[in-house]
Design a binder for this molecule. Sequence first.
Ligand code: SAH
Length: 228
Amino acid sequence: MATTAANLDDTYRHKGLRKALLDKLRGMGIADERVLDAMDRVPRHHFMDDAFVHFAYDNKAFRIGAGQTISHPYTVARQTELLRLPAGAKVLEIGTGSGYQCAVLVAMGYKVHSIERQKDLYDRTTPFLKKLGYRASCYYGDGYKGKTAFAPFDGILVTCGAPFIPEALLGQLAVGGRLIIPLDDPEAGEGKQTMTEVRRMDETTFTRQTHGAFAFVPMLTARSGAAG
Ligand code: SAH
């Protein structure tokens, strides 16, 4: 299993590389400066195995152990931007993974709840986020079920490729809130997903919009891994 960064320095070199990455993200169309500012304040290299630290500010996904990856910076930026929420909003993340996306959501000023399906990742990332000072409520559980006890959420962000929209997540969305979910889609390409935004207009009406092709690790179902 990969270890999370042991060295928690944030040097001028790291800061410089981060600025360059943010400029690249701007060039790729990320327009919400709040998102770029949040990403500027979260050292991505802290969430990666020391072996990959030198590549932390490339726009790439990397392995984080347990067969999972830390999402591309562009993906993190785009999903965060699509939530379109003010500071103070309550957000549910599905797939804590390395904790990087979670930390960016905390840096946005959101009240963050995050669910991870793999016990070893949950066990590693929960204390790590705390150690770095990111206050989020982390749970070991099944993202398909969401988190009824803390619903409704102003935003729900799914960070693994889902075969369909989980009904429970729609039910836990506040009116006006958005679910941002990458959905398996053969038209997006082999093993890719279409980024989908579902907005709850009222109790029973939901609208859907799509935002291009992305690549995620699969959202595990009850039969494909540990218990929820
Ligand atoms: N947000 C993470 C991305 C990690 S990759 C980051 O910034 O690093 C996606 C994560 O979703 C993996 O950790 C995987 O274990 C988790 N996952 C997959 N299926 C899940 C499910 N049904 N419920 C919750 N988490 C799930």
